[in-house]
Design a protein. Structure first.
Lengths: 253, 140
């Protein structure tokens, strides 16, 4: 079985070139620091490594006090959104080969949410906005006994893009409006409202459109497209917000 | 007070590459068009404020109006007018872009292209306006 492969020396592995990459990480320990500070780390990395691997190496081999969130490490859980070289990215989906390693790589916490420690922010305001748009199916109809609600492929396609959201907050914390006005619902909440507003099985679209037709709702969006650029799932966030704006103007989805 | 009270932690020497604030968010065309739109918008607002005040002077007395308008006839103000027209032209074209981006799905997807079209239209308009205007300003 696998014994033959195990006996083979990893000759190819030795030939892979590694690079020394400098990471500048914005640290903040609330027990010691009054202000965040930048600290640099040199890490030996392969081109195919991810920024998350670098953070692991730093935490495990250099400084155990480095604090960050990560769970699945494969771009699904949405725990490790952070600002890498000034842009919101998932650390687990950002490869070293895609970064310019001739310069230090800046890593800092996402912006606009209260900084708790190092790369960790308080996500509660973000989830509070999410809860406010009622991101769950509200249906008055009853499916046939033992059956599901039937939906055509075309009707499912309308909101397919916004079902991909993993709630990492990369979009919301890339929004200049959200930085200055924490009351704004933010792109993520609107994306998740969009997912149910345009679902024909759902009957509460008008309730959600009402919630978002607010001073702090969709009209705060200034179409800077930072959210679309930041989304690790490739959701066209600004387009979804524009569709909600038009649904409010039409009065129906 | 003693210089180092007992029990205080000595913080390690600050690293050489100190940069207290966060990095500037590196937004793309969309973000910078919005920043420019804001700056030009605020600038135009202050111009309009002064403009309404000096135009209202004609109700006080035509002489006072002429005196104030006369002070504007300088080369510095002439260059300021180039900046003002530049701001208004950008704000106008980018405003049309924002309307399209909000109302037309194709434009939402191609907002970067539209931004460069706005810049191109701005350059063309300014190339037409600036030489003509500066000849007027500096030939009087």
């Amino acid at each position: 079985m696998s014994t033959t492969t195990l006996e083979q020396p990893p000759a190819a592995e030795a030939a892979i070139q590694s690079f020394t990459v400098t990471f500048l990480i914005r640290r903040f320990d609330p027990d010691v620091d009054t202000e965040p500070r930048w600290q640099d780390f040199d890490v030996e990395m392969y081109a195919t490594d991810r920024v998350l691997d670098a953070l692991h190496k730093i935490k495990w081999e250099q400084d155990g006090s480095l604090t960050f969130r990560r769970s699945c490490a494969h771009g699904i859980c949405g725990s490790d959104a952070m600002r890498i070289n000034g842009r919101n990215r998932l650390a687990c989906k950002t490869l070293i080969k895609d970064l310019d390693i001739s310069k230090p790589i800046y890593v800092e916490a996402i912006k606009g949410l209260p900084l708790e420690k190092d790369l960790i922010v308080d996500m509660e305001p973000f989830f509070a906005s999410y809860r406010e748009v009622q991101p769950f199916l509200i249906a008055n109809s009853k499916p046939e006994a033992g059956k599901e609600r039937v939906q055509s492929i075309a009707k499912r396609e309308i909101f397919d893009d916004t079902t991909k959201c993993i709630l990492c907050a990369a979009c919301t914390s890339s929004c200049p409006v959200f930085w200055t006005d924490g009351q704004y619902f933010g792109p993520a909440a609107i994306v998740n409202a969009h997912r149910f507003i345009f679902d024909d099985r759902d009957d509460a679209a008008s309730v959600r459109l009402d919630i978002l037709n607010d001073k702090e709702g969709v009209w705060r969006c200034r179409t800077t497209f930072n959210c679309t650029d930041a989304c690790p799932r490739g959701i066209e966030v600004t387009k979804a917000i524009a569709e909600v704006k038009q649904a409010i103007m039409r009065g129906k989805p | 007070m003693p210089e180092n009270p007992a029990g205080t932690l000595t913080t390690p020497a600050k690293p050489a590459k100190q940069k207290p604030g966060g990095t500037l968010y590196r937004g793309r065309e969309g973000m910078w068009s919005w920043v420019l739109h804001r700056i030009t918008g605020v600038a135009i607002f202050f111009f309009l404020l002064v403009h309404i005040l000096d135009t209202a002077l004609v109700r006080v007395s035509p002489e006072a109006y002429n005196a104030v308008i006369g002070t504007y006839q300088t080369p510095i103000m002439g260059l300021g007018e180039v900046a003002l027209v530049g701001a208004i032209v950008f704000h106008a074209f980018n405003g049309l872009r924002i309307i399209l981006v909000d109302l037309w799905a194709w434009a939402t997807r191609h907002q970067k292209l539209l931004f460069y079209i706005v810049i191109a239209l701005w350059v063309i308009t300014m190339l037409g306006f600036t030489p003509r205007h500066l000849i007027n300003v500096f030939s009087h």
